[in-house]
Design a protein around this ligand. Structure first.
Ligand code: HEC
Length: 201
């Protein structure tokens, strides 16, 4: 009895802790993108680019070193862990007040840069995610799957498999950016606009 009782209490305490913890410390989506997705994906892309064969249509296994495979294993595991977090979290905050969203500098210049960029405010992204949490989770799972496949390829030192997944990684990122962020390209900076307005040199 006592054991069951304390076990239940411990489990409940853990759940409560996990719940509180999640609410207080879950990183914003913006932090996940800038601090985890971008650097880990960059590591993967850099290693892929460094190993192209002469024809440029695949990779040359001889150009991938043990250190590369190790770095790929590490980056892909970090990427997967964060994608899993995005897939499982029940509520995610897009950005903190002091975190600028790439492209949001164009918001507020409605009509001058183009309506397409009005979509990138944190509030708009938040409402899109809140409206379609299942789609967001599905896109995050797709990224977690791709990352897991890169880990498998890295651990097996399977160059063809690595190339097959890594060369499609950008599309996996984009397929979430398109519906929720609305863009995968940074919009022109407002300064660019005034430069056009002033006499061109
Ligand atoms: C499950 C959805 C999802 C996936 C998958 C995803 N992203 Fe994002 N990403 C977002 C959202 C939403 C934004 C817009 C919010 C923001 O800019 O912070 C964003 C924005 C970004 C930004 C701009 C951050 C900024 O400064 O505003 C970068 C860089 C980025 N993602 C990189 C990546 C890379 C690289 C991948 C793939 C390895 C990826 N993302 C996969 C949802 C996703």
């Amino acid at each position: 009895m006592v054991r069951i009782g304390s076990g239940v209490t411990a489990a409940m305490a853990l759940l409560l802790l996990a719940g509180c913890n999640k609410r207080e410390t879950a990183p914003t989506i913006n932090s996940s993108m800038t601090e985890v997705m971008e650097p880990t994906a960059q590591t993967i892309w850099d290693i892929m680019s460094s190993a192209y064969n002469d024809k440029g249509d695949g990779l040359d296994a001889a150009k991938l070193t043990a250190a590369d495979w190790k770095a790929l294993d590490k980056a892909s595991r970090t990427l997967k862990a964060r994608a899993d977090m995005l897939a499982l979290a029940d509520h995610l905050v897009v950005a903190a007040d002091n975190q600028p969203i790439l492209g949001s500098q164009a918001v507020g210049t409605r009509g001058e840069i183009g309506a397409a960029w009005d979509a990138v405010s944190a509030r708009e992204i938040q409402s899109r995610i809140d409206a379609k949490p299942a789609l967001f989770a599905q896109k995050a799972r797709a990224l977690a799957d791709a990352a897991a496949q890169i880990t498998q390829a890295a651990d097996a030192k399977n160059t063809a498999r690595f190339y097959a997944v890594a060369s499609g990684l950008d599309e996996v990122c984009d397929s979430c950016h398109e519906p929720f962020w609305g863009t995968d390209e940074p919009p022109p900076y407002p300064q660019g606009k005034s430069a056009t307005a002033s006499p061109a040199i």
